[in-house]
Design a protein around this ligand. Structure first.
Ligand code: FPP
Length: 243
């Protein structure tokens, strides 16, 4: 009988940072204070991921559906992200973090794009943690974008229909060149993907905690990493103990 092959630490962790609103409501505070506290949690998690030698972290910061939230909340979130970048970029750069926007750039305005481009350019050569920020991100929209891009390439004779493969699709995803996430963490207790990394999540391990995002700290993150480390991944195959 083969030995059970456990995972070790994940290379790429993706996080659905849910529960900011509930964190605030439970304290009779306005929702925006939950988002502000959420940024503090994100800072801790980014530093801890670097410390643990994780290669890539993808965080769900703003979905394509989030634009339908009340205007004040959307404006607050956009402003919060902008201010966070301004305040944190130097330190993140010093720590070797490489920032990448994972989302639909085509529908973003110039002002927002400028901020993202700035953060990407400054940190482009860094060799530490890759931080993919899923902003204006939707999994179905991402797949649609890939399909449209490939259809256009076929129509223009740039690529043969038969040459389309899983790899050509993967190459066009917003998270490129980061490989698929090994582990997806969701805070706030809901058991769903919410249109996050639909293609990339095919064989990801899923970890849900009731902890609300603003309360998520290094110990919670370590618990998720250890839970992952103790699992056996199968990728659809029969492994070790059944043989
Ligand atoms: C979900 O909580 C959280 C969000 C929609 C926003 C998450 C964004 C941040 C933590 C800030 C990111 C900042 C940068 C710089 C990337 P919710 O409001 O849906 O909570 P609820 O489910 O309790 O209502």
């Amino acid at each position: 009988m083969k030995k059970k092959a456990l995972n070790g630490l994940p290379t790429h962790v993706a996080i659905i940072m849910d529960g900011n609103g509930r964190w605030a409501s439970r304290r009779a505070l306005p929702r925006f204070l939950g988002h502000r506290q959420g940024v503090k949690a994100l800072k801790k998690v980014v530093r801890y991921a670097s410390k643990r030698g994780i290669s890539a972290l993808t965080v769900y910061a703003f979905s394509t559906e989030n634009w339908t939230r009340p205007k004040e909340e959307v404006d607050f979130l956009l402003d919060l992200m902008q201010k966070t970048f301004v305040a944190e970029i130097e330190e993140l750069h010093r720590e070797g973090v490489r920032i990448q926007l994972a989302g639909d750039r085509a529908s973003l305005n110039e002002e927002i794009l400028k901020i993202w481009h700035g953060a990407e350019e400054i940190t482009a050569q860094n060799q530490g943690l890759t931080l993919n920020v899923a902003f204006n991100y939707g999994g179905r929209q991402e797949i649609l974008h890939v399909v449209q891009t490939l259809a256009k390439q076929v129509a223009q004779g740039e690529i043969a229909l038969d040459a389309i493969s899983e790899q050509t699709i993967a190459n066009l995803l917003y998270t490129q060149p980061t490989p698929d996430p090994d582990l997806i963490i969701r805070t706030g207790g809901e058991m769903r993907l919410s249109n996050f990394l639909l293609w990339q999540a095919a064989y990801s391990e899923f970890y849900v905690t009731d902890v609300l995002w603003p309360d998520f700290d290094e110990d919670d993150f370590e618990r998720a990493l250890q839970d992952y480390a103790g699992r056996e991944r199968r990728f659809g195959q029969v492994l070790a103990k059944e043989q």
